[in-house]
Design a binder for this molecule. Sequence first.
Ligand SMILES: [Zn+2]
Length: 118
Amino acid sequence: MNDTNFPDTMQSRHSRTDIPAHWPERTLVTGMDSYYLTKSWKGKRQYVVQRDGGWCRYCGGRGVQADHVVPRMRGGSDKVKNLVCSCPTCNRIAGNRVFRSIEQKRAYIRRQLGMDTT
Ligand SMILES: [Zn+2]
């Protein structure tokens, strides 16, 4: 097991010799929260992405991140039941907004993306 499998930093882009093919060129963590640099988080993120088949639960695109349905900055749990596979775009759109359910969150994001406009 080797941390370079899960690039989190700009620097890692220059030493990506054994990144699995399904990981993107850049897997950047946008938050300032150092939790996202821990082994614990990396393991959960890998689990959630695999559990959800690598598809973003919001837009249906390719997902490479794990998103807190309830943001951890708002008291959301770090348990995997509060995590879903997400693409960087949806993760960014959601930000630290709080929704009553994942369905509401998905609807909000899809509206922002211009999907489901009816
Ligand atoms: Zn998405």
